[in-house]
Ligand binder design. Sequence first.
Ligand code: ATP
Ligand code: MG
Length: 579
Amino acid sequence: MTESETDKTKESSVKGPSNFIRNMITKDIASAKHEGRVVTRFPPEPNGYLHIGHAKSICLNFSLAKENGGVCNLRFDDTNPAKESQEYVDAIKENITWLGFGWNGDVRYSSSYFDHLYNFATQLIKNGKAFICSLDADQAREYRGTLTEPGKESPNRNRSISENLDLFERMRNGEYGEGAYTLRAKIDMASPNINMRDPIIYRIRHISHHQTQDKWCIYPTYDFTHCISDAIENITHSLCTLEFEDHRPLYDWILNNLELDSLKTISDSASTGAKFLLPEQTEFAKLKLNYTIMGKRKLKEMVELGIVDGWDDPRLPTLAGMRRRGFTAVSIRNFCENAGISRSESTVDLSMLEHAVREDLDQEAFRVMCVLNPLKVTISNIKESEAESLTLRNHPKKESMGTRKVPFTRGIYIDRSDFEEIPSPGFKRLTPGGEVRLRGCYVIKCDKVLKNSEGEITELICTADKETLGRRPEGRKVKGVIHWVSAVYGQEATLRLYDRLFIIENPEAKEVKDYREFLNPASLSVIKNCVIEPSIADQTRIKHFQFEREGYFIIDEKLSAQGGLAFNRTISLRDSWGK
Ligand code: ATP
Ligand code: MG
């Protein structure tokens, strides 16, 4: 993190814009509901990398805790070992830290509560509130009913408590194959809410777990685990996305059907002395971005099929990808805050995210010059051996960012697009016989255009007006200013320019049968043989650059490590999409 990024983290302890969750917490504090405490949690499942949608949830949970003097736990919701791994655990922790947030104490794992969860399941059985079901997956589906028809009770629903206890223990001991039995809560097969129709709370899975290894061969479901984990951690506000709204009655049912004292004694409140209250779930709308796929299943597929270059491909909305592309943590936090929290789903325009990063990089990025499409220019009144060391500011408005040395030599490169032999109307840059200012350097005049046998321009011969360093030229106006790099000292670089990954606004829409048909073939353009000013070699500590007139760039550490200097374009200077 740069110094200024840390500064902004400090600032973010000031309250953000009002929203219904912020208001609810303010009210709860005023009424001393939780004795003024705010304990939130961020509960990722380690089955993929975090994306910008998760960032919204992270910002919400961590900021609400921080601004109210509370804490936010990081809890891996790791109940499905088939899809989870330590790689994801590590990446998630790293991403959260990079975003600028710190969790409360040690990282938590739902799996570290498996003993408790087993005991609570046993408790439900003993109290006649759960039973072992022998229906297989197809039968269970048939018995479940539909949105318009009630379900049917399992033939095993009235199995005796002692038989249930015996079967559950034997499930745990590994006596049965996967799918032979499930443990189900005994609620109401006629409920209009399908989640309440005797939901499964434990399944047999003979799979080793990334945290508990081979200790368990039965695993609790998300619904059973989540509410109890929240209660164990004495969470005051359990925030999740809208798709869990219909699960809230189950969340409450489970907690209300456990023996409160047994929950209380194992909860964090037992050691902290805080008041024990059952946690409450509140839902908010997911962040959706146009031109973007956020579903983890599809992201994973794109990685596995090699459609993108790993989870940190700069075109992905993953935090790892966005970071590699040069998005700053500050810009992502600002974007999430500005996107707002609401109860209704809406899609945010990608340009809002782009605006957030431009705004931050305009302040933070060091200016350098890089020529993308080099055209050789010889300054005839500069000697071959001469190299003038010019001093340029690293930021036009921020003197504190210092200066750098830029060598000016007889041979330089300018961008091909900055010269027009037959200038189009309004063209203000270099033309035959015309003048232009080289950024931070002299005004030059084009005396001669050299071409090869195909008639292509190969070189310009120019003269520099030596009276114009930091001074206006005498008696005439020179409007254009262009960037340039010394041909002697410039370094070669490869630039990677990115565009949106999809050509349709909603690649996740139901009508889209195969999102792969809508990939943008121009989402990555690789530009080789660019020339960048030599100061870049002294600026390895600097992360973000503005290549003057070209955009914001960051070194791609991964590719540069393979040899050569590779940069990712974070974003162009202006929003030019669709224009
Ligand atoms: P899945 O559950 O299908 O693996 P997920 O995106 O819900 O995918 P989780 O790891 O369960 O992944 O998400 C962790 C937290 O982030 C959850 O509380 C979830 O509600 C929240 N979250 C996920 N996607 C978004 C989003 N697009 N906007 C806001 N919050 C999100
Ligand atoms: Mg989820």
